[in-house]
Design a protein around this ligand. Structure first.
Ligand code: ANZ
Length: 803
């Protein structure tokens, strides 16, 4: 028997799979489909790192298992290839981003192939391919036609280093997600997508899908639906009503002042009346320098200016209260004005403490109250006139009823979610297919002109003005108006990185279609994605964006399901041996190519699945890699123990049935580590027995196949099993064989052990006594005696009392 040589075995089988198109899927109405999806990579210059194979192997295991279970499996792969790093690399090295992308893809693809994933490579997609982005542009036009894309002069998060506008989701702790530079605000005319119109459905429809709880919770939080009321406070001696948004209208008797945002229009309205307006103006200037993130920070020192010359009236209590300007109130949320309830809101409390405002408690507590009392969901209202004595829910309801009946405001819902800033002033993205004409404003290009291709350019540097590099290309910019045919200009902004990934899963269903995103037949057959695994970091970005686009396409009648993904799971990150995130600068990056070269792809796959709980962070360990390699060597050598015949131990039979059950369930529940542990334990049992029947070996190979496909294919061939492994049937277990069904029953006569007989676990008392009588040794003790009493414990013991 030659030694286990993974490099030779793996190349051999990868070639066979390629040539046979083993993992190619076509519509087959006689077969149930399974569509497994993993997030396609951004083909960066760094190549694959060991983080990539973790999710890819996981769904590869599930996909391979499903094939053996008879499903028609679609497991595709492609490239999310537009984006800044490629563009930046191209600028630095003076190579066209398209060429950089092509090279990176070549490298990534070779790496993925060397791991032996069962991707259907005939369905590969590339978001930078004009045949692909034609449809990204088409979807944009449909959004525009349906009023969901609009251009707006707005303050955007601007990264001064990347010179690009960022969506809220791309700003982390007030910094650019990519380069870490502090984000500033800049007014810009931007294309916006009305994701807010789908906010309710993006929350409510989560009830119909099977997502991990943490994923649902993050999406719900991010969308941030808050139910409350808009309440109008009159400004004394004027007709002006200051409308505030509150989630706690029941605390209105605890209001001791109001706060408006520095950008609030009331300031301009009352600039004559406000006697300290100079102070207000300089405060406004200070506020402009801060990001929303900084302003909203909880623990920061509160600042503000009290408006002199105007006051407001609490519409419920009739009390006159001061109005302040403070930057902790954001113009972008609710109405940009609040009623301050310092006793029960911590920001208001800090502010009131600092500026010595009255604090009025409106919910009671047991014993000594420590203010602010923000957890007021239990007590009863106090100091609140007609609300006194009510519990929170009732008090809220009564307050809102009162407010609405007396025309003081109305119940309303607010969302934290903002419309999606969809313009980027960069080169390497999909051109936004819009045309501007002085007379007819913005119009989409005629659909027959799609795709609007990126023009060839000399330089891709962002311009100093913050305009896209496309704006400097006359040939591209100059066009004619689709309405009047007169001179017009093309939009020069491009789409954000997230555009292509918002619908790529649809394209896999029918990737070469020139007439539509995908054919109706393909969409009907393959929708929805049965299982989508991806990173937690994409929960509030890609996952939300693509659900939004999908719902829009559903409303248009383009796709057949409300939701794109039936099931969503997430994996944990893999950290370096030093417990740090792998990065070039730390020098702790593990390259999968090296692991494959030194140990083989099956070892890499096995280790990635064995490394620990799939949903949690895991620490890389070379020692662990070697352990997996040793295990696979042992499996390889098991073939020498295979014998004809079917005499096996009862214990082993049980172990096999238990392992089938465990592995089948664990693979489905992403518990790969425990599945592999039980396969390791079964191989130990088999080896210590010293022989394995052909049938048991076959079962073993099939169970391990999804994790170590090359090795198991090779063993299948070496063992001479009929047919192909990838067409074999997934083993099933027998409930009855999960536990011993027979046992050695000790037989006692008058308290003395007289022998043992093999008995079925569930044998009756009569059968047990009969068995004892027919045993030669035992029966001699029963001869000529009268049985007085029988004590029988099934599965344990038989006790006979004779005289
Ligand atoms: C009175 C009150 C009393 C409030 C209380 C809270 C607790 P969520 O739940 O996040 O929607 N608020 C409203 N608009 C604001 C803005 N533009 N900037 C900063 N804060 C704003 O938060 C809603 C609450 O946040 C509102 O309810 C309001 O304070 C504040 F015991 O009103 B509340």
């Amino acid at each position: 028997m030659p030694e286990y040589n993974p490099n030779a075995i793996e190349k051999k089988w990868q070639k066979i799979w390629d040539e046979d198109k083993t993992f190619h899927s076509e519509i087959d109405h006689d077969k149930e489909k399974f569509y497994g999806l993993v997030e396609f990579p951004y083909p960066s210059g760094q190549g694959l790192h060991v983080g990539h194979p973790r999710p890819y192997t996981a769904l590869d295991v599930v996909s391979r298992k499903r094939r053996l279970e008879g499903y028609n499996v679609l497991y595709p792969m492609g490239w999310d290839a537009f984006g800044l790093p490629t563009e930046n690399y191209a600028i630095k090295n003076k190579i066209h981003p398209a060429i950089v992308t092509e090279n990176n893809i070549k490298n990534f693809k070779a790496q993925l192939k060397s791991i032996g994933f069962s991707f259907d490579w005939d369905r590969e997609v590339n978001t930078t391919d004009p045949d692909y982005y034609k449809w990204s542009q088409w979807i944009f036009i449909q959004l525009y036609i349906h009023g969901l894309a609009y251009k707006n002069e707005m303050s955007v998060n601007w990264c001064p280093s990347c010179q690009v506008g960022l969506a809220n989701e791309e700003v982390v702790d007030g910094k650019c997600e990519r380069c870490g530079t502090e984000v500033v605000h800049k007014m810009k005319n931007q294309w916006m997508l009305k994701i807010t119109e789908y906010a309710d459905r993006l929350i409510d429809d989560l009830d119909d899908v099977d997502y991990e709880d943490r994923i649902k919770a993050q999406q719900i939080n991010w969308i941030g639906r808050s139910k409350g009321a808009n309440v109008n406070f009159a400004i004394k001696d004027s007709n002006y009503k200051l409308t505030i948004y509150t989630t706690r209208p029941d605390t209105i008797f605890g209001v001791s002042y109001m706060v408006i945002s520095p950008e609030h229009p009331a300031l301009d309205e009352f600039k004559e009346k406000i006697t300290n307006f100079d102070e207000v103006v300089s405060y406004q200037e200070e506020a402009r320098k801060k990001s929303d993130f900084e302003r909203a920070e909880l623990n920061k020192d509160k600042t503000g200016v009290m408006l002199e010359g105007i006051t407001a009236i609490n519409p419920l209590s009739g009390k006159e209260i001061p109005i302040w300007v403070s930057d902790y109130v954001l113009m972008s949320y609710g109405t940009g004005a609040i009623m301050a309830v310092p006793a029960h809101d911590s920001r208001d409390f800090e502010f009131a403490k600092k500026f010595d405002m009255p604090i009025v408690q409106v919910y009671e507590t047991e014993g000594e109250a420590e203010l602010p009392l923000t957890d007021i969901n239990k007590g009863r209202a106090i100091n609140s006139e007609f609300l006194n004595g009510l519990e929170v829910a009732d008090a809220k309801q009564k307050a809102i009823e009162f407010i609405e009946e007396n025309n003081l405001g109305e119940a309303t819902t607010n969302f934290k979610l903002r419309d999606w800033v969809f313009s980027r002033q960069r080169y390497w993205g999909e051109p936004i297919p819009m045309i501007y004409c002085e007379e007819h404003g913005w119009n989409p290009v005629d659909e027959s002109e799609l795709p609007i291709k990126l023009p060839e350019v000399e330089t891709y540097e962002p311009t100093a003005t913050g305009e896209s590099p496309l704006s400097e290309i006359e040939k591209f910019v100059t066009t004619t108006c689709p309405v009047c045919g007169g001179p017009a200009k093309r939009e020069t902004d491009t789409m954000p990185q997230w555009a292509g990934s918002s619908w790529y899963y649809l394209r896999y269903m029918d990737p070469h279609n020139t007439e539509a995103i995908a054919s109706e037949e393909a969409l009907d057959y393959y929708s929805p994605i049965d299982w989508y695994n991806g990173g937690m970091e994409h929960t509030t970005l890609h996952l939300l964006y693509s659900r939004f686009w999908h719902k829009f396409l559903y409303d248009m009648g383009v796709v057949p399901t409300k939701e794109p993904y039936q099931k969503r799971t997430s994996h944990g990150m893999i950290l370096g041996e030093d417990h740090q995130k792998m990065s070039k600068s730390r020098g702790n990056v593990v390259n999968p190519d090296d692991i494959i070269r030194d140990y083989g792809a099956d070892t890499l796959r096995t280790y990635e699945m064995f490394i620990g709980d799939f949903g949690s962070t895991a620490i890389w360990s070379d020692e662990g890699v070697r352990g997996c390699r040793k295990y696979l060597e042992r499996v390889y050598n098991m073939i020498e123990l295979v014998e004809d015949g079917d005499d096996y131990s009862k214990d082993l039979e049980i172990a096999i049935h238990q392992t089938i059950k465990k592995v089948s369930e664990d693979y489905e529940n992403l518990k790969f580590n425990t599945a592999i542990a039980s396969l390791m334990s079964l191989s130990n049992d088999m080896r210590s027995l010293g022989k394995i029947t052909k049938a048991d070996f076959k079962t073993y190979i099939i169970l391990l196949n999804p994790v170590a496909p090359h090795l198991t294919e090779e063993l299948w061939e070496l063992a001479g099993f009929e047919g192909k492994l990838n067409e074999a049937a997934w083993p099933t277990f027998d409930e009855k064989k999960l536990v011993l069904d027979e046992f050695e029953m000790p037989v006692q006569i008058n308290g003395k052990m007289r022998g043992k007989v093999i008995m079925a676990m569930d044998a009756s008392e009569d059968d047990a006594v009969e068995a004892a009588k027919s045993d030669n040794n035992i029966s001699s003790h029963l001869e000529n005696k009268e049985i007085r009493k029988v004590i029988y414990v099934p599965g344990k013991i038989l006790n006979i009392v004779v005289a």
